[in-house]
Design a protein around this ligand. Structure first.
Ligand code: GLP
Length: 261
């Protein structure tokens, strides 16, 4: 795992967008794993800008989102399909048929989870998986005690997650209780993972996920098992990391990061 600390939210999001753009330019048929949440909005804004100003081309890539609420129709404002349409898909030249999210309205939810897994396999697996982190330490909706080898399935949301997402829904009672999410095992099969976290509300959970023990109580800690995972934080989200000096030295000196400095 590598950790990169950037001065602020915008710089952190811009670095993530530049990594995605470079990978996409190197492989126009990239299979991208996407995430939702407030943190990602800045990343998508940058990608849209690059599409317009630098001709970043999405026409041949495919995307798979991490998760979707159960029971929300795709055109409801809080569905993740709506989020993705709004922040990215409708603003770049991606083919809609190449954009995938689990169907939270499927009559048979477990068949839908299997279909989603099969679709990822058929696409050749995920090349680059973008991740945020919830306050409960989750990636996707892999709430505490999610098995580290779990696959795409339905998960019940914890009270912490429901509280965190309540403002978007106008109250805790309006937040769906369940979601379909890629499993921790599905996520760590991606060839490369990038986790972005910003703001002081994420400082504690980032320190636990990055420098704490691997535990299903903090599903993001499973990323320590991944051979190619980069965690990008702003100063606030990185504030509780013990080895900050070491992480900064690596970013400032290692040739791999030269073009991003
Ligand atoms: C939800 C999503 C996660 C995301 C998290 C953080 O729980 N399912 O994938 O990482 O929100 O969201 P935010 O960026 O708004 O803090």
């Amino acid at each position: 795992m590598e950790v990169i600390i950037q001065p602020n939210k915008e710089a952190a999001a811009s670095l993530v967008a530049r990594i995605i753009a470079n990978d996409l330019r190197a492989n126009p048929q990239l299979v991208l794993g996407l995430a939702t949440g407030k943190t990602m909005e800045r990343v998508y804004r940058q990608l849209v800008r690059m599409h317009h100003e630098e001709k970043l081309d999405f026409s041949r890539c495919a995307t798979f989102n991490l998760d979707e609420y159960v029971g929300l129709s795709p055109n409801r404002p809080n569905s993740y399909r709506h989020y993705m349409d709004c922040h990215l898909f409708s603003q770049v030249n991606i083919e809609r048929r190449n954009t995938h999210l689990p169907d939270g309205l499927a009559a048979d939810l477990s068949a839908e989870c299997q279909r989603y897994e099969a679709l990822i396999q058929k696409a050749g697996g995920i090349d680059l998986q973008l991740l945020g982190i919830g306050k409960a330490g989750h990636i996707g909706f892999n709430e505490p005690l999610s098995a580290l080898r779990s696959r795409t399935r339905v998960k019940a949301l914890t009270p912490t997650t429901i509280k965190q997402n309540a403002p978007m829904f106008g109250g805790e009672d309006k937040v769906p209780r369940r979601a379909i999410t890629m499993g921790v095992g599905t996520i760590i099969e991606a060839r490369r993972c990038i986790l972005l976290a910003t703001g002081d509300s994420k400082a504690e959970v980032i320190a636990q996920a990055v420098e704490g023990p691997i535990t299903s109580m903090i599903s993001a800690s499973a990323l320590q098992l991944h051979a190619r995972c980069t965690v990008i934080v702003d100063e606030e989200a990185g504030a509780k990391l013990k080895e900050q000096e070491y992480y900064r030295w690596i970013f400032d000196n290692e040739p791999e990061w030269e073009s991003y400095r």
